[in-house]
Structure formats: structure tokens, C-alpha cells
Design a protein. Structure first.
Length: 200
């Protein structure tokens, strides 16, 4: 059975302080080595978070945990990875998921001539919004595809990006379906019940 060390006291602490990220190392059992709890809307009656389970045998790049985190499979080169997971969290900024992805799209369109938008979507879930974007581009001398999914509440913004090089005989549509399935598998929106105060 998977063990999450110190998860409960840290969850409550993050709810009160609106901590930008919670990272916990799991046991060797199960399918993930790291579990990340990211704020979507901690101002609602029920605190809404994005839970990301980093697959086993993935290593973090750079400082961890931090506002922006990247993970690649162990043994992969940082420039020639087989796939890469990027996690971003911006607590207290008030930036919406759709605005954030619009800025990413504008930046990639102006700076990356090979950029091609495949799909984008926006959804209002009431207490939070979701926006997604998929695109292909050239990087490190090869064609890559990325699928991004971001969530925002009144104050917080967080999201996950999954990217990989396009396979030889793989169409962008096939690659997009693969990345979307991977994001579905490793991340989910979680609602914590409102913490009730005890009166004596």
C-alpha cells in the first residue's frame, strides 16, 4: 500500500497559507514516486486542488519543489528526452487559465516559426475554469508535440504540460491522443471537504 509521508498536516497547512505547492515522496509501492498537490481554488467553501502523480522512474530537473518543475524519465538526456512533464503553479496571481494559455500561444507564435496550433479548449466548471492547448513545434532539431492543461480559481493558477518528440509514423492527432491520455492518467482535480471549526 502506498504511503504518503506527512501528507495530512501539510495539506491543512497549505489550505491555510495557500502554499504554492505540496510535494511528497511516496513509498516504492504503486505507480508514482512523487505526488504534487497544487492549488486551483482554495477560497471556495471546498478547497479544490490539482493532484499530479509523477510516474515512477522519472527524475526532476533543476530545483525541486519550485514554482516550475520538470520531470523526464531516468536515463534520458535533458536535451533529447523521450518525454517531459512540466508542472507550473502561480498562487495568488489572479491570472486565469485561458489568459495564461493565450499568452503562451502568442509567445510561441511569435518566437517559434514552426509552431502549429492543433487544438484549444476552455471550460467553466463554476468554482474553477479549465483551459487546454495542443501544438507542434521544432526543438533540438526534431518535431515535438505538447499538450497543456491549466486550471484557475479566483486567485490561483496551476497546470500540467506533457511533451514528446513525434514518432516516425505517428500523426499529430495520434500523438495528441496519447498525451491527453497520459495527462488524464497522472492528474486529477480533487476537492477537499471544508474544514469545520470546533466549538466548545
Amino acid at each position: 500500500m502506498k504511503k504518503i509521508f506527512l501528507i495530512f498536516p501539510l495539506i491543512f497547512l497549505s489550505c491555510f497559507l495557500n502554499s504554492p505547492t505540496l510535494a511528497e515522496k511516496s513509498s516504492k509501492e504503486g505507480n508514482s514516486d512523487w505526488i504534487l498537490l497544487l492549488p486551483i481554488n482554495h477560497l471556495s467553501e471546498k478547497r479544490i486542488s490539482l493532484v499530479v502523480n509523477i510516474p515512477k522512474k522519472y527524475k526532476p530537473l533543476g530545483t525541486f519543489p519550485s514554482q516550475s518543475m520538470e520531470f523526464i524519465p531516468e536515463g534520458d538526456d535533458e536535451q533529447k528526452y523521450s518525454q517531459i512533464i512540466t508542472i507550473n503553479v502561480f498562487a495568488g496571481t489572479g491570472v486565469s487559465a485561458s489568459t495564461f494559455l493565450d499568452k503562451i500561444k502568442s509567445g510561441m507564435e511569435s518566437e517559434t516559426p514552426s509552431f502549429k496550433l492543433l487544438k484549444e479548449d476552455k471550460k467553466d466548471e463554476g468554482s474553477y475554469t479549465m483551459a487546454s492547448l495542443a501544438a507542434t513545434y521544432e526543438q533540438h532539431g526534431r518535431n515535438e508535440i505538447v499538450y497543456m492543461r491549466y486550471f484557475s480559481g479566483p486567485a490561483d493558477l496551476c497546470g500540467i504540460q506533457y511533451a514528446k518528440p513525434l514518432g516516425k509514423n505517428e500523426s499529430p492527432e495520434q500523438a495528441l491522443n496519447d498525451l491527453r491520455d497520459k495527462v488524464d492518467k497522472v492528474s486529477q482535480v480533487n476537492t477537499l471537504p471544508e474544514m469545520e471549526s470546533t466549538h466548545h
